[in-house]
Design a protein around this ligand. Sequence first.
Ligand code: B12
Length: 210
Amino acid sequence: MAEDLSMAIAQLKRDEVADAVETRAQKGEDPLLILKECRRGMTIVGDRFQKGEYFLAELMLSAEIFKGAIAILEPYLAESRPSKPLGKVVLATLKGDIHDLGKNIVATLLEAQGFEVHDLGVDVPPSLVVEKVKEVKPEFVGFSALITTVFASMKEAADMLEEAGLRSQFKLMVGGGIANAMVKEYINADFHTTDAMEGVAYCMKSTGGK
Ligand code: B12
């Protein structure tokens, strides 16, 4: 069953994916597990793209199919939203990178846990992050990074935040396909992950939640 959904995404079967996600969510399956399988399918799409078996058109179609799956899952993911905000989070995919599917998932999950999320979008100039941090004074800033060319923008944003004297006021997280210990160290972040739920757990723990 799990294989089926990943493969349906990998094979770009839009209707099959939507049907499977809807049916399984309605049956009460954990939406996070369903999401994980969808993501596995996207990894296969990425591998095929890298091998030259898929082209940009297929990448774009996979993104549409994935977005459809998220739209179906969103109400299930957001079910337990508490009323009082636990803290504020500024999220961004920085200049040079337009991938946002992962960032949007993190935003949904953080909101579901009661965080106030300020999502700056994609291809965000580092100066905008600094402005937003000054304005909302978040406890967390999260960068989403999928493509290696975004390293420089993330470093620039982190340095600008440091120079503005803001860096000690929040925890910096980096997530997405290229987030690893080396990237974390390079931008002097506090936390890195390739899993949205780990990011949410980190925010919960840091704010004294479970
Ligand atoms: C879909 C896709 C696209 C779509 C994006 C649509 C969109 N709205 O996002 C489109 C078609 C636009 C696209 C374009 C390109 N893409 Co693309 N794309 C992908 C693909 C297939 C899937 C990415 C994805 O959405 N995965 C699903 C999400 C849910 O996973 P995720 O982002 O990792 O997020 C999870 C976690 O990481 C975490 N997370 C994410 N962010 C954050 C942030 C925080 C704070 C936290 C806590 C957690 C967290 O939460 C999520 C859930 O757990 C990947 C393949 C892959 N293996 O990733 C390639 C891939 C990322 N793309 C790639 C490339 C090369 C490109 C292009 C340059 C292609 C081109 N020639 O034009 C352009 C880039 C344009 C640009 N300037 O950004 C390469 C990048 C290589 C590299 N390392 O630099 C990849 C890896 C494919 C490959 N194997 O070659 N792409």
